[in-house]
Structure formats: C-alpha cells, structure tokens
Design a binder for this molecule. Sequence first.
Ligand code: GTP
Ligand code: MG
Length: 198
Amino acid sequence: MEIISAEFVISNTDVHKCPESKLPEYAFIGRSNVGKSSLINMLTNRKALAMTSATPGKTMLINHFIVNKEWYLVDLPGYGFARRGKSGQDNIRTIIEDYILERENMTNLFLLIDSRLEPQKIDLEFMEWLGENGIPFSIIFTKADKVTSGKLKGSINQYLRKLREVWEELPPYFLSSSETRLGRPEILDYIDSINKGL
Ligand code: GTP
Ligand code: MG
C-alpha cells in the first residue's frame, strides 16, 4: 500500500471524545519505549508525525492520525513504566483499557514487543487480557536492527514457543525496525488486506 497522506487529527484521554468512528482503525500498544511512536513515523514516512523520545513515558494520550483519508492509525501510551508511580500507571492503564474495550472501529491492535528481550510477564498477561476480551491483535517484534539475525531468529522462536503454551492458534506476527524500515511493506499490506476485506 502506498501512503499518500498522513495527518494528525486529535489527542485526548477519553475514548468517547475520539473522532467519529466510521473508518477502520489500527492501534499500537506495548511497554513504554518499545517503539510504538517510531513505528508510526516509519510506516507513514514521516520523521515526527508521532512524538518519540529516548526516555520512556513520552506518549501520554490517545493520538489519532488519518492515513490516505481512509483509515486511522492510533498511537497509545505505553504500559509498565515504573517511574510513573502507582497512580500514574493506573491512570494510563484505564485510558488504554477503556480505549481498547470501547472503541468499536478498532479493527486490529498491534502489540509491540522488544525483540531483544525474553518474554516478559507484563506482555504475556496483557495478551491474555486481550484474549479474554476477544480483542483481535497481532504482534510486532521491534528494534530488530539491534540484534544479529541469528539471535533474532532464536529469540522470536523462543517467544512463539512460550505463546504456544497458552494459545492454540498464534496471532499473526511481524518483525520491524524503524531504523532500517524492516517490516514496513508487510505491515502496510496486512492493514490493506484487512481494509479491503471490510
Ligand atoms: P512511549 O511513548 O514512552 O510509550 O514509547 P514508544 O513505545 O512510543 O517508543 P518511541 O517510539 O518513543 O521510541 C523509544 C526509543 O526507542 C527512541 O529513542 C527511539 O529512537 C528508539 N527506537 C524505536 N524504534 C527503534 C528501532 O526500530 N530501532 C532502534 N535502534 N531504535 C528504536
Ligand atoms: Mg510513544
């Protein structure tokens, strides 16, 4: 799929104030600093459409971007950032959960996982919560440029083995790098195929 236009629409904390929900929507979730906002910039060919930072906890709001005037990309705050404190984390968690449970046109959630890390409890539990609530999701293993291809294969296989312990069927998954643009055509084609099937 070609990206013709990508524009920021609105930021907010309340799912009910999000833009009219007539278009298909794809949201990005995962731990703080995993690379959600960078991936949105990479996919849309824009340097700073979504705000990124080397410090975790940058994205605090639900951010809507409209692509090709036909579908939305949504940048969400990350979870699991300990320095936010308990109440800060609970607040972000509520924003994320309300959005995921209540946004009717959220067609697919991309759950981002840092490809350098062993499977983390917080992500596995989050996936279980998605399953319990019947939320369609796919996995994107990020920052693939930071590991050798041999190591990458090993850690992805380890992750998939871990998932098979719980899931009968694995969700679709992708590898990405916002530096080398790895995964861009695959992720955009996947979105395109879902859009066309709607
Ligand atoms: P929060 O908004 O805090 O939840 O973080 P985020 O998931 O949006 O992460 P963000 O895109 O802001 O990226 C965090 C840091 O990781 C930044 O310093 C990025 O430059 C870096 N980063 C993101 N993706 C990649 C990648 O694919 N490769 C490399 N090498 N660095 C990346
Ligand atoms: Mg962000």
